[in-house]
Design a protein around this ligand. Structure first.
Ligand code: GRF
Length: 227
């Protein structure tokens, strides 16, 4: 049984999506802990309600980034993870932390990397006139929002989109691709060889974001109007 620890800062919808699919699909894995850098993170209550252990390492309680990273690493190691997921974790982790968990540290970023690393990805995609947007699951490397790409989900940018509508469409895609990438990891199917290889797949492609909308039982249909 692979042990998954998820780091969060906010509402935790990606964390919930991974946990739900892990249980529903009977992965050889278990989400053993959710760790937040803010005591008020909504994800903590959701995790606790699901019977998942929670912990808080407040970044503000630490004088330096290194001190925060060290304490976070100590708490995470305490759960003996095989895999650590960043799921809306809004702190930049130092190279020591990243190296310590290298090869077992995944992140989801709400853009089609290498476009738009960092913040305000949807605003920047709209300002650039992008016709598609999306999200990326990648292994974490010391440089922020870099590292070998596992899977990407693409959604259309539609006339009249604003940051909210685009973010909502991208988030539905995130909820489809992150669990899939994590499933591949815990099934031992991922290998980093230059790029990321997935055993049994010639070329990994993302599940359709439209189906993700249906799965999420969104009240509104996917605006791309594909079946
Ligand atoms: C997601 O869009 C994620 O890609 C980004 O922050 C958001 C977190 O959402 N890094 P949630 O906390 O998983 O709901």
């Amino acid at each position: 049984m692979q042990r998954i620890v998820i780091l969060v800062s906010g509402r935790g919808s990606n964390m919930a999506a991974v946990h739900q699919r892990c249980v529903a699909e009977g992965w050889p894995a278990q989400v053993v802990a959710v760790v937040a850098n803010r005591a008020g993170a909504g994800a903590l209550a959701h995790a606790a309600a699901q019977g998942i252990a929670t912990a808080v390492v407040e970044h503000q309680a630490h004088a330096t980034r290194q001190a925060f990273d060290d304490e976070l690493a100590r708490v995470v190691e305490g759960f003996a993870p095989d895999l650590v997921l960043l799921a809306g974790f809004m702190r930049i982790l130092g190279a020591d932390f990243v190296r310590r968990f290298e090869g077992r540290l995944l992140n989801i970023h709400p853009s089609l990397l290498p476009a738009f690393p960092g913040l305000h990805t949807h605003r920047r995609a709209l300002a650039a006139g992008c016709k598609v947007a999306g999200a990326t699951v990648h292994f974490v490397a010391p440089e922020v929002d870099h590292g070998p790409i596992v899977l990407q989900g693409v959604v259309p940018v539609l006339a009249g989109d604003d940051e909210y509508t685009l973010a909502t469409r991208v988030l539905a895609s995130e909820h489809a691709i992150y669990p899939l990438a994590v499933r591949w990891f815990v099934e031992g199917r991922l290998r980093v060889e230059g790029g990321v290889r997935v055993a049994g797949l010639a070329h990994p492609s993302a599940p359709c974001a439209c189906r993700a909308w249906a799965r999420a039982r969104a009240r509104r249909p996917c605006p791309c109007r594909r079946p």
